[in-house]
Design a protein around this ligand. Sequence first.
Ligand SMILES: Nc1nc2c(ncn2[C@@H]2O[C@H](COP(=O)(O)OP(=O)(O)O)[C@@H](O)[C@H]2O)c(=O)[nH]1
Ligand SMILES: [Mg+2]
Length: 381
Amino acid sequence: MSENEKRGLFGRLFGKAAPEATPAVAPVPPATEPAPAEETVEVVEDVAEVVAEPAPAALDITTSAPVDLAPAAAPKLSWWQKLKSGLGRTSSALTSGIGAIFTKRRLDEATLEELEDVLIQADLGLATAMRITDVLRRDRFDKEIGDDEVRAILASEIEKVLAPVAKPLVIDGPAKPHVVLVVGVNGSGKTTTIGKLAMKLAREGKKVTLAAGDTFRAAAIEQLKIWGARTGATVIAREPGADAAGLAFDALVAAKENGSDVVVIDTAGRLQNRTELMAELEKIVRVIKKNDPTAPHDVVLTLDATTGQNAVTQVEIFGRVAGVTGLVMTKLDGTARGGILVAVAEKFGLPVHFIGVGEGVEDLEPFDAADFARALAGLEH
Ligand SMILES: Nc1nc2c(ncn2[C@@H]2O[C@H](COP(=O)(O)OP(=O)(O)O)[C@@H](O)[C@H]2O)c(=O)[nH]1
Ligand SMILES: [Mg+2]
């Protein structure tokens, strides 16, 4: 974000801030349909078999008429406001916790221990909590220190953890199409993020194909089609219950034919049956490589910021199964437990490409370490 844009946000924030967010474009309803019994899904283990499968007549290619890609009028709440209010629960817990401990007294071991507890409660993770208390011990031990100073140090240390992982999703490599596989548990925001991303890419002038790889739920396929229509992307789908890997393969073939720059592949995220999920994702990756050995070029995991510590497990599982290369943290506008992003950054060091701050098409922002750290520590922009 440029300095000008930041100043603009600041102006909106402190100038004429409006209390209610009105999304410029109505959110696409999520796929709420219950998943069909998992046994009904055919699992073909042999890749050659999948690849050789004739493209069934049921392959559904939806190419949308040109759409208006101009950004909607500036939202009433800036993304900073959404982020700040989403992180509000955590930042007020931190602020009041720190306020209760540091009332202009000399910094001793007991104080540092109490602070460490507050930081761990805020999901920041043991490593980051210790890092922060170590800095205070080193620089300020036995000296007087106020809560505002502690919060400033907190923000600066969090920023140091986050800065190395704040990396954009770069689509400009030599591969055409560039293949992005999107994984994550059900409800974590995969399809919504794909829609928002498709809009960003379309605005950059890129041709986008979306693959409706969550073939378990009819509503999930419809949800992706709505995003396709909204963003002008071609959507490749099959009937519900179709083989997801075969669908991914069809999408790559179609994307090459239609000259797409990017293919974004949606997937199912049932963690209830890990073996099956693993088999399906591994197969999707194998089949993608049949088409292009260098693909997928990005494997993006969506993490729901309201779920807290479970995010760590999700990164581990999807990392192992699908070779996650980057993260998007969604729902940072809700009652987010955003501290978990710090713990995940510290533990895995995976790039964080974007954060989701709402359900609307404009609510995906490149991840900015300093902004996030300041919002979490309860500081202003
Ligand atoms: N508030 C908020 N809601 C989101 C965000 N991203 C996704 N959602 C909502 O979360 C729900 C699940 O999203 P969906 O994309 O269907 O998840 P999927 O099952 O992983 O594909 C939907 O109601 C979305 O509108 C976000 O950044 N903020
Ligand atoms: Mg979905």
